[in-house]
Design a protein. Structure first.
Length: 358
């Protein structure tokens, strides 16, 4: 009854007021928290802006320093290039002066050499279709030099052609004395028609000589081809025989190894059966059984490895022996077929033109 009286004394709008006050307090706290966060964000933005401004200022200073260094380097390079250009101009001037002096000295030397020759007083004459022709220039003593050049040219041609081709084929064009022209400074002043005919004749002789030289190796080439074909046939037949003999020896060895393995197999089966019978005796004899199994397996592996080694050794011996026999038979066949041709295939040719077929 007392509680009912107290509940009746509570005012009807007091709960709503308390709830409204609590909501106002929560809203005030939320506003204060948001204000604090906003102030913190503003402080952070301000500090970030200051940092960005400082970084931008440092970058601008660095760019300015780099631009200054670049300008200084370009200025130094420009000055160095200008100095190089001036030096090159000086070198060119000195080179031009030296070339002019050298040309003047060479002109003086040529004039002095020309003065050493006997120049006749004949003026330049005009010929129809030729134009002006220089006056003939003669050495004081030209005949000994000309004869010496002829002898040297003939000796060189004889040494090049050899006795098998019949000696010299003539004098080379530069050694031929065409007409009565005179050689001055390595240039022959002669009639063009005579010079052309002489050169054509000399060219025909050279072509005929080259044709004779080209015909010589063709015969020997045909002989070499025939010998090579015969050698290839012999080698092919020898290889076939060798392969057949090796295959036969391998089959024989394989059959022998199989027979040996078949002989050993019953003993291994008996040993395995005895080991299986001994397994039923009890747990006490198990170590002995495992030992016997290991010994049987090791003996079996050693036997297989020995058979394989012996098989490989016999195959190598048979292959090497058959190869030596086949080589000896090939050499004997070659010596019997062509007793005049040695094994090195050195064909008979004229002196200085032997070719060796590898």
């Amino acid at each position: 009854p007392g509680g009912g009286r107290k509940a009746a004394m509570v005012k009807p709008g007091e709960g709503l007021l308390r709830h409204a006050g609590r909501l106002e307090r929560e809203l005030q706290q939320e506003r204060e928290a948001r204000a604090r966060e906003l102030s913190e964000i503003r402080c952070f933005i301000g500090s970030e802006k200051l940092c960005r401004d400082e970084g931008l200022r440092a970058l601008q200073e660095r760019v300015a320093a780099l631009e200054q260094r670049l300008a200084e380097g370009l200025e130094r390079e420009r000055r160095a290039r200008e100095g190089d250009v001036h030096e090159l101009h000086d070198l060119l001037k000195n080179e031009i002066i030296a070339r002019e002096g050298l040309s003047s000295t060479m002109h003086e030397v040529l004039m002095s050499n020309l003065a050493a020759f006997d120049l006749p007083a004949e003026p330049e004459e005009e010929q129809p279709g030729v134009g002006r022709v220089r006056a003939k220039v003669t050495f004081r003593d030209v005949s000994p030099l000309r004869e010496e050049r002829k002898d040297r040219g003939a000796h060189a041609v004889d040494s090049q052609t050899g006795p098998a081709e019949g000696g010299a084929i003539g004098v080379l064009p530069e050694l031929q004395d065409v007409d009565e022209g005179v050689h001055f400074g390595g240039v022959a002043f002669a009639d063009p028609e005579v010079t052309r005919s002489a050169l054509e004749q000399q060219m025909a002789d050279m072509q005929a000589h080259m044709g004779r030289l080209e015909e010589i190796p063709l015969e020997h080439q045909q002989e070499d081809v025939h010998d090579l074909r015969r050698l290839l046939d012999c080698e092919r037949s020898a290889r076939v025989e060798q392969i057949r003999s090796v295959e036969e020896s391998l089959t024989k060895e394989l059959e022998g190894s199989i027979a040996t393995a078949l002989e050993v197999l019953p003993e291994e089966r008996a040993a395995s059966s005895s080991s299986k019978a001994s397994e039923s005796e009890g747990d006490e004899k198990r170590p002995e059984q495992t030992q016997r199994r290991g010994t049987s397996r090791s003996s079996r592996g050693s036997l297989g490895s020995k058979l394989q080694v012996e098989y490989m050794r016999r195959a190598q011996e048979l292959a090497s022996g058959n190869q030596r026999k086949q080589r000896g038979s090939v050499v004997e066949e070659l010596s019997a077929d062509s007793p005049q041709t040695p094994v090195s295939m050195e064909t008979r040719r004229p002196e200085g033109q032997r070719s060796r077929v590898q």
